[in-house]
Design a protein around this ligand. Structure first.
Ligand code: BYC
Length: 335
């Protein structure tokens, strides 16, 4: 566990000396930084609850990226052309990379990679509900790009302004890549919609199955969101779950019209007064079932992850043996 020494080293500035003399001043200084929209960095003092919340959110996000490689990875060997296979390979690799940046960001808060992975592999940590649904058709891959990555961008662009520096910086690159992911999904669906009636029916079927789980991705309604108020106070979350969901619906309806698909919600309509779309009720019982491990693919996703980790043990052993050898050589040369 990370602790911050209160000893006053030589050369301490008067401002820091004042803080050390009065530990409450640490909290005050932290609050002032948050209020002034300044970044908190790993070496800065922070309340334990802020640290825990960040480790929870960043590691959940990392786990989502890593588990999220599976539904699409399932289609790499069956992509319909070399071009689609190359795009899909790149996208799935990007997701692996996002997971790694995010684990690194979480590690700056004093939690080790082993602890983070252990929490995932033992089912203690959450990851996004959306990745517990199956990818039945090739069109599902396009719909994941268009809708799942579209929702991810909506959620993640505001996190580029998160108060915790390493998370905010990781999100800038991640969002650029997510934007490419969303575009490739939309373009793939456009091509399919210009194809045969069977292809159009396949896209519509995929949209029908993914639409509601995607809306649930943003998390429970604001009134039931346990972490939102504090997350927003700390500048970790910038917009609430419902605000993001609404923005996503408003952005997606015109895209669906361009594609020529119907969104499967009879209550979806423009509300002139609100200048936003109304939409139907989300099945929150289904959402909680999925979050609590009982979705269509939860067990399969976790079992695959644990197997991949165990199968990769020899790579970690080899990397450590190589690093030890390099260290020993450097010591010998320095002697
Ligand atoms: N799935 O108080 P709330 C991606 C949990 S990956 C599962 O509103 P918070 C991508 C929540 O954790 C997308 N659990 O929570 C990758 C909390 O439980 P705990 C992942 C969910 O943290 C590959 C409880 O419900 N993106 O982009 O304020 C391919 C109450 O919720 C979900 C991120 O992780 C869910 N959908 O807000 C394509 C972004 N929703 O932890 C795309 C960063 C809620 O108290 N994360 N829960 O036990 C966030 O922005 C926030 O953590 C959330 C939840 C909006 C997800």
């Amino acid at each position: 566990m990370y602790t911050q020494s209160l000893d006053v080293p030589d050369g301490t500035t008067p401002a820091l000396a004042a803080v050390v003399a009065a530990p409450d001043a640490l909290q005050t200084r932290f609050d002032e930084k948050i209020d002034a929209d300044q970044k908190i960095e790993p070496q800065d003092w922070m309340p334990e609850a802020y640290r825990r919340t960040l480790v929870r959110q960043i590691s959940q996000h990392a786990h989502s990226e890593i588990i999220g490689m599976q539904p699409e990875g399932n289609w790499i060997s069956r992509a319909p052309s070399l071009k689609r296979k190359a795009i899909l390979l790149a996208k799935v690799q990007d997701e692996g990379g996002h997971g790694l940046y995010l684990y690194s960001a979480a590690e700056t808060l004093g939690t080790s990679r082993d602890q983070l992975l252990d929490a995932l592999h033992t089912g203690k940590a959450k990851y996004s509900s959306i990745f517990n649904y199956p990818t039945l058709l090739w069109a599902d891959v396009g719909v994941i790009g268009w809708l799942v990555d579209g929702a991810a961008i909506m959620n993640q662009v505001p996190i580029c302004r998160c108060s915790y520096g390493p998370y905010a910086r990781a999100m800038i690159r991640i969002c650029k890549e997510e934007s490419f992911h969303q575009r490739q999904g939309f373009e793939s669906l456009m091509v399919q919609m210009r194809g045969t009636p069977e292809q159009r029916a396949m896209v519509q079927d995929a949209v029908n199955r993914w639409w509601w789980p995607v809306l649930a991705m943003f998390g429970p309604p604001d009134a039931a969101s346990t972490n939102s108020a504090q997350g927003m106070r700390w500048g970790i979350k910038r917009l609430s779950n419902d605000e993001l969901r609404q923005k996503f619906v408003d952005a997606t309806v015109p895209q669906a019209a361009i594609l020529g698909v119907t969104l499967p919600d009879p209550d979806l309509k423009w509300n002139e007064e609100r200048q936003q779309h109304d939409y139907g009720a989300i099945d929150w019982d289904e959402f909680w079932e999925v979050v609590n491990g009982n979705g269509p693919c939860n067990k399969e996703r976790l079992a695959n992850r644990v197997k991949a980790h165990d199968d990769g043990q020899w790579v970690r052993d080899a990397a450590q043996a190589y690093a030890a050898k390099q260290r020993a050589r450097a010591l010998k040369e320095a002697a």
